[in-house]
Design a binder for this molecule. Structure first.
Ligand code: DX5
Ligand code: ZN
Length: 217
């Protein structure tokens, strides 16, 4: 059983509430909310005020917030207050303050996810595995939806899963970027328990059938 987190970055953003509600109706377990600041990544999306409106419009959703921003500790409380259930931040954004940033997110009451970009070795998250609810492994360079999955992601997920097993801990392992039915299956086999889908989900002819297929992995 795999959880599906639908990335609304690929939705019709003029109809965000309706697209989010439809994702839930079609079987999404989570709504993946991609926050980009034009500094940590070369793109800008939306922030806490948009999440707050979305939470009001679709309160039943679990909001999986993915912060691709340079100063996650500074803004974590804003996202928590706006309705985030889980906050992911990038290890590359705060290389010397990972522990403090985990604590700052934990303080907000949200679940804590630590994210690694494709060029960061999976071993970088090992020291923090006991403190995390989730590890988010990027399948593409962060910044844009619709990119091609980087195949080495699969072995990176497997390395993190093996270390979790060795340590007897079980944070969720989530993969984000380039997920379609084929790459979803590879990631699930390697130990991923949450899969993010953006463009593949919103382009699908039958979103409910796709969600069912991914959740059955
Ligand atoms: C990329 C984002 C992803 C992206 C996924 O920086 O973090 O969540 O929207 O989109 P797809 O599934 O199209 O790769
Ligand atoms: Zn994301």
């Amino acid at each position: 059983m795999t959880e599906l987190s639908v990335s609304i970055l690929s939705a019709d953003l003029a109809n965000l509430a309706a697209e989010t509600a439809d994702s839930m109706v079609c079987g999404a377990d989570m709504v993946h909310f991609d926050v980009m600041d034009g500094h940590f990544v070369p793109n800008i999306t939306y922030g806490a005020p948009v999440l707050k409106c979305l939470k009001k419009a679709v309160p039943e959703a679990f909001y999986d917030v993915h912060l691709m921003i340079s100063d996650p500790a500074r803004y974590a409380q804003d996202f928590a207050a706006a309705g985030a259930n889980l906050i992911n931040f990038h290890i590359e954004a705060v290389p010397n303050h990972v522990g403090q940033t985990i604590a700052a997110v934990r303080e907000t009451g949200c679940l804590v996810g630590l994210t690694i970009s494709p060029s960061t070795p999976p071993q970088a998250v090992f020291p923090y595995l006991d403190e995390l609810d989730l590890v988010l492994v990027m399948g593409v360079e962060p910044g844009f939806g619709g990119q091609k999955f980087i195949p080495t992601t699969v072995s990176r997920v497997a390395a993190i899963k093996a270390e979790c097993n060795r340590r007897g801990v079980s944070p969720r392992i989530e993969v984000d970027g380039g997920i379609n039915t084929e790459t979803a299956s590879l990631c699930a086999q390697a130990g991923a328990s949450v899969l993010v889908m953006g463009s593949a989900f919103f382009k699908a002819q039958d979103r409910a059938a796709l969600a069912k297929q991914v959740r059955a992995l």
